[in-house]
Design a protein around this ligand. Structure first.
Ligand SMILES: C[S@@+](CC[C@H](N)C(=O)[O-])C[C@H]1O[C@@H](n2cnc3c(N)ncnc32)[C@H](O)[C@@H]1O
Length: 324
């Protein structure tokens, strides 16, 4: 089962390196940065979540609304998306920009219904969200300063827009008893993680350089302070007995934060894996780059090169050094 959304930083390609970190036994799965849910759908389709609870969360209100509508109103989402697909086949980009306007109007109307955030709710909001995702530039979700979705049309000759079989399979995974979907900041999702929990965290990438493209999935972005708070939450969860797996870029701040004495004391180790990054708009700049997998899990199969983090300095010191 593949995710039904494209997502900047989606982890399908990293699954072979992540799977050896999945614990054999756990009671509850927690994913605070859900995005397109590559790991959730992988766990679900390999029956690792059968009879277990799963807490799925993300700060993006439109994303969570879309999942909820697909779970609760599958037929209506598919029906509306198939209608958008027919219009797109007939009118292409003109259809895209019309739907984008309607989506933004619906988002403005939905403000305040999801903890204050704008979002386009219900089956119609979900159908528009999936349509824009499948036909917009690189499947990006980007808001301008005014909080308006402003991604231009993509250049696809014949995009897959409504794959009813895939949507039904994903809906069935979300409908499993024990699966919950919440719009929430990561700190809240991780607050009670502990013994018996398997936590997978895939936060927005820390930028590799001051000029690198940094994906903004929410109007607020994800700052280095957020990465510091996440490190503290991860160390806390590991200290309380959770099995934790985190993926991120190989930015020096991330290597040093998780190579720190506190992180190592919590049992966390840093592994470097080769990965291909697809969010750069210039195809020539999408070369292979390393990513980091940080985990306290006993890794079952070493199909990834092992390397300890180089630096041990705390995040703030590394950031000061990077700014010099
Ligand atoms: C790298 S993506 C996750 C990709 C996902 N693993 C996949 O396979 O598609 C990071 C996600 O974090 C979410 N996010 C950003 N800031 C957040 C925050 N403070 N709390 C929770 N989620 C946040 C974004 O909306 C985005 O979906």
């Amino acid at each position: 089962m593949r995710p039904f959304l494209k997502w900047a930083g989606g982890k399908r390609q990293l699954l072979p390196a992540l799977r050896p970190c999945y614990p054999a036994a756990f009671d509850r799965y927690i994913e605070p940065f859900l995005g397109s849910g590559a790991v959730f759908f992988d766990l679900s389709s390999s029956h690792r979540l059968d009879g277990r609870r799963a807490v799925l969360a993300d700060l993006n209100a439109d994303l969570i609304s879309c999942y909820q509508a697909l779970r609760d109103d599958t037929d209506a989402v598919i029906y509306l998306l198939a209608a958008l697909e027919r219009k797109h086949r007939a009118r292409g980009d003109a259809c895209y920009y019309e739907v984008r306007d309607r989506f933004n109007e619906a988002r403005a109307g939905g403000a305040g219904k999801a903890g204050g955030a704008s979002r386009a709710g219900g089956a119609s909001g979900a159908a528009m969200f999936i349509y824009l995702n499948r036909t917009g530039f690189n499947g990006l979700f980007r808001l301008n300063r005014a909080g308006t979705f402003n991604v231009p049309a993509g250049r696809y000759a014949n995009p897959t827009i409504c794959d009813a079989g895939q949507l039904r399979a994903c809906a069935a995974a979300l409908q499993q008893p024990g699966v919950t979907l919440t719009r929430r900041r990561f700190d809240g999702t991780l607050a009670d993680a502990g013994a018996g929990d398997f936590v997978y965290c895939d936060p927005p990438y820390a930028p590799l350089s001051a000029t690198s493209l940094f994906a903004h999935y929410t109007a607020d972005g994800f700052t280095l302070e957020d990465h510091e708070r996440l490190q503290a939450s991860i160390i806390g969860a590991a200290g309380r007995g959770a099995v934790v797996v985190l993926s991120n870029s190989s930015a020096p701040e991330i290597e040093s934060a998780y190579g720190s004495r506190a992180a190592r004391k919590a049992g966390l180790r840093v592994r470097r894996v080769p990965a291909r990054r697809a969010i750069n708009s210039r195809a020539s700049a999408r070369g292979p780059v390393d990513e980091l997998i940080i985990t306290n899990a006993p890794v079952t199969a070493l199909d990834v090169p092992l390397r300890m983090a180089r630096a041990r300095a705390p995040v703030a010191a590394a950031r000061r050094a990077a700014q010099r």
